[in-house]
Design a binder for this molecule. Structure first.
Ligand SMILES: *[C@@H]1O[C@H](CO)[C@@H](O)[C@H](O)[C@H]1NC(C)=O
Ligand SMILES: *[C@@H]1O[C@H](CO)[C@@H](O)[C@H](O)[C@H]1NC(C)=O
Length: 355
């Protein structure tokens, strides 16, 4: 903990104000989160399970266990503050926090040992692994979208989880980095997927589905038939429960890539990684209660307006859209709901005046 005397504080303040525009100019330091413990009725992992593919301590066993809740998130320096808050929120509201295995995906060009060290220092007890994602393989498939932040290859890592995570992981909850949970993730992870579906997510059938694809798409007779025989609804890809066994069996990664190849040849949609998901899965997903993705809190993509919650209960708040709560809080221009993100912020401010 860094403590400073007041004259120095004034100077530092001046200095930090000059640099807030570019947070990466300062290496961000994060506080240590408290340790979270399982409640007594949580399942424990049997070390001698003959079906287990792994041996060794709990940390190894949990990564293949169906009893664990597997969470996948991407990790990079630009969004790490959001990721830290998301992790803290997952642990804090979980009744079995020690049974959660985190699978972090980082770009192959990122410093994975730095990311690993950052996570470990804030969450010394966290069960996690960091995988690297070869973004060059997807870069060639990315067409520029109307929001450049969406063109980052890591944004597409969610389409490759079945290749990146260990083969023994059956089910995973994918989470974006700009969200916090206020409910037990085990409830979301337990969503029944049934025999036919490989993906569950909240879906929105009142959203104008037409607007996610270009007139080129809708005017093409064979393409527009994609949704002909199903009730296709919009869903947000920031919160998904995925059956990785079923995903691999259906080779959905290739199906998504096929649409991305087509997009390179003829522009069939405007936004980044979402439309290929809709093309492959819309109409075939298991709907999850809307409380699990109160999305759009980042605001309007063009003007950055504040958004309100959708009606109904809330289990997960998602700042999808252009604005991010940490940036607005730093700039002293928070939206009203950003104050709900702030309690999960682990950023260590450079001057701590309390003991
Ligand atoms: C990566 O991070 C580690 C640990 O924080 C650091 O020691 C190392 O110098 C970094 N490597 C590069 C290439 O920046
Ligand atoms: C949906 O969006 C399309 C294209 O953006 C528009 O032409 C159509 O009128 C919209 N439909 C409704 C019901 O708003």
């Amino acid at each position: 903990m860094l403590r400073v005397r007041l004259p120095t504080l004034a100077l530092l303040l001046l200095f930090s104000l000059t640099f807030t525009a570019n947070a990466s100019a300062f290496p961000q330091r994060f506080k240590e989160a408290p340790q979270f413990y399982n409640s007594p009725d949580c399942p424990s992992f049997d070390r001698h399970d003959p079906d287990s593919e792994s041996d060794g301590d709990d940390h190894t066993i949990i990564f293949c266990s169906d009893q664990a809740v597997h969470v996948a998130m991407t990790l990079d320096t630009a969004y790490i503050r959001g990721s830290m808050a998301a992790i803290l929120s997952v642990l804090q509201h979980s009744s079995c926090p020690q049974n959660i295995a985190f699978h972090f995906v980082a770009s192959a060009s990122a410093n994975a040992s730095f990311l690993r060290a950052t996570i470990s220092s804030s969450f010394p007890y966290l069960k996690f692994r960091v995988y690297t994602f070869d973004d060059s393989s997807v870069s060639r498939l990315i067409s520029t979208s109307i929001r450049s932040a969406l063109d980052c290859p890591l944004n597409y890592a969610r389409s490759y989880l079945a290749n990146i995570l260990p083969l023994c992981v059956r089910r995973v909850v994918y989470l974006d980095s700009d969200l916090v949970l206020v409910d037990d993730i085990a409830k979301l992870a337990a969503t029944p997927l049934g025999e036919k579906s490989v993906l569950a997510a909240p879906e929105y059938c009142n959203a104008n589905f037409t607007s996610y694809f270009t007139p080129t798409f809708w005017s093409n007779p064979s393409l527009s038939l994609t949704f002909a025989d199903k009730q296709a609804c919009y869903f947000n890809t920031g919160v998904m429960v995925i059956d990785l066994y079923g995903w691999r069996a259906g080779d959905y990664t290739s199906k998504i890539e096929d649409w991305m190849e087509l997009q390179k040849r003829m522009r069939i949609y405007e936004l980044g990684s979402l439309p290929p998901f809709l093309l492959v899965f819309a109409g075939n997903i298991v709907p999850v209660d809307h409380r699990w993705n109160q999305h759009g809190l980042g605001g309007d993509n063009f003007r950055g307006l504040c958004r309100n919650l959708h009606p109904g209960p809330v289990s997960l708040l998602h700042w999808s859209g252009k604005g991010k709560p940490w940036a607005r809080l730093d700039a002293n221009r928070p939206c009203p709901l950003d104050t709900l993100w702030a309690p999960y912020d682990l950023l260590q401010t450079p001057f701590v005046l309390d003991s």
